[in-house]
Design a protein around this ligand. Structure first.
Ligand code: ZN
Length: 294
């Protein structure tokens, strides 16, 4: 009996042990599984933000992933970019990494930013009712906020034997519409329907309100030539334009972010201070605004 009792007690103890161990295992397991989901499945606040904004900003968020790549092939698929970004993100500097982890809502940004930092691209049209302070400049029109710097830049360049002339600067929405419609008409020959024609046209001419030229803050130099990058004028601009607050807006190595191919002739005014930092940190405008908002 004693033995049985003892045995019973032991068994009871063992049962308690087993029960305790089981609870512990379940708890630990539960916590681990919970943690797994918290850390692996649930988006972090910043991930959530990028997911929420992915509809309005999909090109940018996908493209930012691509920023980690050493060499860029413009035709590469966006889906590939996502996985590549995960693999190579460790190669980025922490500063840039932080700036890439956040997607600015450019629509909101454009409502309150310094006028020289407005972001206008395929996904972010000019805010409704936007009134740039547009003034005459030689044969074209530009934003008043960059007029003096543009004048100084062209003047200083000419003192060094560099002849800069402006092919295109401010374009009104009406002008942009005319250019765009003309391109749609011409694309209709290649396209099966109007939607397709519009899509093809928008690769060549920005839709009204989606061109930086609509802001008055962009200038195209010396005849919009593909080989402009081989010229001494381009070389001079590349070295000196930031001193006057201009950036080469559509660089080859950033085309996966801007969604615009290399345009060696297109310069954008952002102000001296910003242009300097963007060059130092190797950031295009979209990246720089993310960096500022981080
Ligand atoms: Zn341009």
């Amino acid at each position: 009996m004693k033995k049985t009792k003892q045995h019973f007690k032991t068994t009871k103890k063992s049962s308690k042990k087993v029960l305790f161990t089981s609870i512990a295992v379940v708890l630990v397991g539960g916590i681990s599984i919970g943690s797994y989901f918290v850390f692996n499945s649930n988006p972090s606040p910043s991930q959530k933000q990028s997911l929420n904004e992915s509809n309005s900003d999909s090109n940018l968020s996908l493209s930012q992933g691509q920023a980690s790549r050493g060499s860029i092939n413009d035709s590469q698929e966006n889906t590939e970019a996502i996985s590549v970004s995960k693999v190579k993100s460790s190669e980025l500097t922490s500063e840039i990494k932080n700036s890439l982890s956040q997607n600015t809502n450019f629509e909101l940004w454009n409502q309150n930013c310094e006028p020289n930092l407005i972001v206008v691209n395929k996904d972010n049209p000019l805010p409704k009712g936007y009134q740039g302070d547009i003034v005459n400049f030689k044969e074209v029109q530009v934003s008043n906020i960059m007029k003096d710097n543009l004048y100084r830049m062209i003047n200083d360049a000419s003192k060094e034997g560099i002849n800069l002339w402006i092919s295109s600067a401010y374009r009104s929405l009406e002008r942009q519409e005319t250019l765009y419609n003309k391109e749609v008409e011409s694309q209709r020959k290649n396209a099966c329907n109007l939607e397709e024609a519009k899509r093809l046209a928008s690769n060549v001419v920005a839709e009204p309100g989606k061109s930086e030229h609509n802001t008055g803050l962009a200038v195209d130099f010396n005849g919009v030539r593909d080989d402009f990058f081989k010229s001494k004028e381009y070389n001079w601009l590349e070295k000196n334009s930031a001193k006057y607050g201009f950036i080469l807006r559509y660089r080859k190595e950033k085309s996966h972010i801007t969604n615009i191919v290399f345009e060696p002739w297109h310069f954008r005014y952002v102000g001296e201070e910003h242009a300097k930092i963007m060059n130092e940190k190797d950031l295009c405008l979209e990246e720089y605004i993310n960096f500022l908002n981080n």
